[in-house]
Ligand binder design. Structure first.
Ligand SMILES: [Zn+2]
Length: 261
């Protein structure tokens, strides 16, 4: 686990506010030359009538120190670049710390050199670090077990019920695994899909994990950030699919432009 510590520490939780619409996401803290950046997905809630910009889209970013649960002070960020491709192949957004606070996180960041854009040629164990979101209060109009494309507590359990129906003989996880705001780790297999952008993997994800970094080893055994978790179980009724979006070269260049080293 010691070897994985930097990757775990680089995981962060974002509360994104865009035109007064709030979304909880996971993200990866990346060390820049002049400032740090936070990479996440672009499918946060937005006002469809106006582009998401630094002026109307900010985030509070939280990390925790591994093992002792002491939260670091939150860092205020603004949107640096939005590829604005929700659920598509360029589902990425980049935030940068703003305001007068410390723009650095000396421990909780990874250099851009640890990002691989060759994800589909790799295979092996895959690991993801993210943070659970807090489900919205139960909407009492949503009492049956069909999912309403909603993240209220009732739909959260309804969705879990739908997924569990498809899994014969699998024990449900300990509820602490899904505790709001908790750092989580998911482990599975990264499956080689050379020649395609769409990757396949068996790592489990759930609400809040969107934007969580996914890691596997390259041919030299170096653990690399290869993708972000893209979609959870709220894709639709009975959905149990977990998408991942691999990091393309233009996103890596954007990270470098924004101060990456
Ligand atoms: Zn609901």
């Amino acid at each position: 686990m010691t070897r994985l510590k930097p990757y775990s520490l680089s995981s962060c939780r974002l509360v994104v506010l865009s035109s007064d619409l709030q979304t909880e996401l996971s993200g990866v803290w990346i060390r820049g030359l002049t400032r740090d950046v936070i990479l996440t997905v672009s499918h946060f809630k937005k006002d469809a009538r106006v582009p998401a910009t630094a002026a109307n889209t900010t985030a509070e970013v939280y990390t925790t120190l591994l093992g002792n649960g002491i939260p670091n002070p939150q860092v205020k960020c603004e949107l640096f670049h939005d590829l604005n491709d929700p659920i598509g192949e360029n589902d990425f957004a980049i935030f940068t710390p703003c305001g007068d606070g410390n723009h650095r996180s000396p421990i909780q960041s990874i250099p851009t050199a640890l990002i691989s854009t060759a994800a589909t040629s790799l295979s092996g164990t895959a690991i993801s670090f993210g943070f659970n979101a807090s489900p919205a209060p139960a909407d009492n109009k949503h009492l049956n077990t069909s999912v309403h494309d909603c993240t209220c507590t009732n739909c959260w359990y309804a969705s879990a019920y739908n997924v569990s129906k498809n899994l014969q003989g699998v024990e449900p996880p300990d509820p602490r695994v899904l505790a709001a705001g908790a750092r989580t780790i998911g482990v599975g297999k990264w499956l080689q899909t050379a020649g395609q952008r769409q990757v396949r993997h068996t790592v489990t994800g759930w609400y809040g994990i969107s934007g969580a970094g996914m890691y596997t080893q390259d041919a030299r055994g170096q653990v690399r950030l290869v993708a972000l978790f893209q979609s959870g179980i709220f894709e639709g009724p009975d959905s149990n699919m977990n998408g991942a979006v691999t990091i393309p070269i233009d996103v890596l260049r954007r990270l470098e432009e924004s101060g990456g080293a």
